[in-house]
Design a protein around this ligand. Structure first.
Ligand code: ATP
Length: 194
């Protein structure tokens, strides 16, 4: 079974495109969503994170406060690496278990920082979703109710589109001019007929 990673910058439309693939019957693993779930629910991961960052990152209900944790790690590369060293192997293992239950010609794995996190090594091919910068900013501001400055700050943590395109096997353009469905359909045909 072919493992296709799908990546792209904030607001590029990864999730939207994954939903289209799901309509065609392709299973999708949402790595970012799963890693949040693991942080909330996996006892061992939680224990290690508390040990590393202290119990002040817990909220009143005893759940890890992601905003608190993000404030620590997004301003400190070393701390981010420590968190990733706990989280990435757990997500990797969860993905492997999920994979065993799938039986289609190929599956998709969605991750915003597929290249940056090294998760591209766990997939066979990579699809990059690209969109014009201004459109990505507008979409994210509207979806998350955040300022332009906040979106730009988040974008700075990610690799540029040019770099992602260079490293991709397939590219989908989500600029609201090229039609999306034919692009998804054509790639699906290619992958199913392999
Ligand atoms: P992130 O990495 O920030 O989670 P993403 O790449 O998964 O973003 P989406 O959540 O799919 O991006 O899209 C961002 C927003 O833009 C969503 O509100 C989505 O509905 C909208 N959007 C995406 N593509 C299109 C499109 N072709 N036409 C109109 N709206 C779109």
């Amino acid at each position: 079974m072919l493992k296709l990673g799908i990546t792209g910058g904030i607001g590029s439309g990864k999730t939207t495109i994954c939903k289209l693939f799901e309509l065609l019957g392709v299973p999708v693993y949402y790595a970012d969503e799963e890693s949040k779930k693991i942080l909330d629910e996996d006892k061992l991961v939680k224990e290690q994170v508390i040990k590393m960052f202290g119990s002040s990152i817990l909220n009143d209900s005893g759940i890890i406060d992601r905003k608190e944790l993000a404030a620590i790690v997004f301003n400190n590369k070393e701390q981010l690496e420590k968190l990733n060293a706990i989280l990435h192997p757990a997500v990797g293992q969860h993905f492997e278990n999920w994979l065993k239950k799938q039986n289609t010609a190929y599956i998709l794995k969605e991750a915003a920082i597929l290249f940056e996190s090294g998760a591209y090594k766990q997939v066979d091919k990579v699809l990059t979703v690209v969109a014009p910068l201004e459109l990505k900013i507008q979409r994210t501001m509207k979806r998350d109710g955040v300022s332009k400055e906040e979106v730009e700050r988040r974008m700075q943590l990610q690799m540029t589109d040019e770099e992602k395109i260079k490293r991709a096997d397939f590219v989908i353009i989500n600029n609201e001019q090229e039609l999306l469905i034919p692009q998804v359909f054509s790639l699906n045909q290619q992958l199913v007929n392999k």
